[in-house]
Design a protein around this ligand. Structure first.
Ligand code: G6P
Ligand code: MG
Length: 221
């Protein structure tokens, strides 16, 4: 095993919920209501593509120019940035710090493959930056998950073979991206949503280092 590569929002911390609150607020300002079920489809998707998808809900994707869409997306980001100001190490999801420590102790590299341009700020607030050997830069990524691009960037940055990596995701698009990158995929959350994952756990507390390695070995043997 060479590396563990993590998604951020909804895996390391519950910022997935903050993205939802910020999108809900933005959508409300243009008279669109979104619920948690729809929000599931936004997880792992870039800012502008998420907006596009919200507008499509009501067939309004042609009501706004590109410039207007950028303004709306920036407004969502302003809400989001306000929300993540309050993120502290207490917001690291249970079990994650233990897993990161054990991974480091075993000499396995740690990477981040988040589509969020705010990933660095969130890692900083969580005081987790030092754990990461490589953080893929979302601003250099041209294709949203389920495209594997961001995971491939992390694989390259860590200089590892995808077959020797485990990827962790809370979104169905993210699991698809991990699978397309030829890594072993671990889904965290609802098994109906994450059914394409090689191994699924309900919560981050269920992420046990030895079990992960055992499952990974079983898969390739
Ligand atoms: C992650 C989240 C998405 C978010 C995307 C872009 O993939 O799961 O909900 O839209 O990042 O985040 P950003 O912070 O750049 O708007
Ligand atoms: Mg996520």
């Amino acid at each position: 095993m060479e590396a563990f590569i993590f998604d951020l929002d909804g895996v390391i911390t519950d910022t997935a919920h903050y993205h939802y609150i910020a999108w809900k607020e933005l959508a409300k300002s243009i008279n669109i209501d979104i619920d948690e079920k729809f929000n599931e489809s936004l997880k792992g998707i870039s800012r502008l593509e998420s907006l596009e998808s919200i507008l499509k809900l009501k067939g309004r994707e042609y009501d706004f120019s590109y410039e207007e869409k950028v303004i709306l997306a920036n407004k969502k980001n302003d809400y989001y940035k306000e929300l993540i100001k309050n993120v502290t190490p207490k917001d690291i999801l249970p079990g994650i710090k233990e897993l990161l420590n054990e991974t480091k102790d075993k000499g396995i590299k740690i990477g981040l493959a988040s589509a969020s341009k705010n990933a660095d700020a969130v890692l900083q607030n969580l005081q987790l930056k030092d754990y990461f050997d490589f953080v893929a830069d979302a601003s250099k990524c041209t294709q949203s998950k389920p495209n594997p691009e961001i995971f491939l960037m992390a694989i390259k940055g860590l200089n590892v073979d995808p077959k020797d990596c485990i990827g962790f995701e809370d979104a169905s698009a993210g699991i698809e991206a991990i699978n397309s990158a030829n890594m072993y995929s671990v889904g965290i959350g609802d098994e109906n949503v994450l059914k394409e994952a090689n191994y699924i756990v309900k919560n981050t507390t269920d992420l046990d280092f030895n079990t992960l390695i055992k499952k990974y070995i079983q898969y390739y043997s």
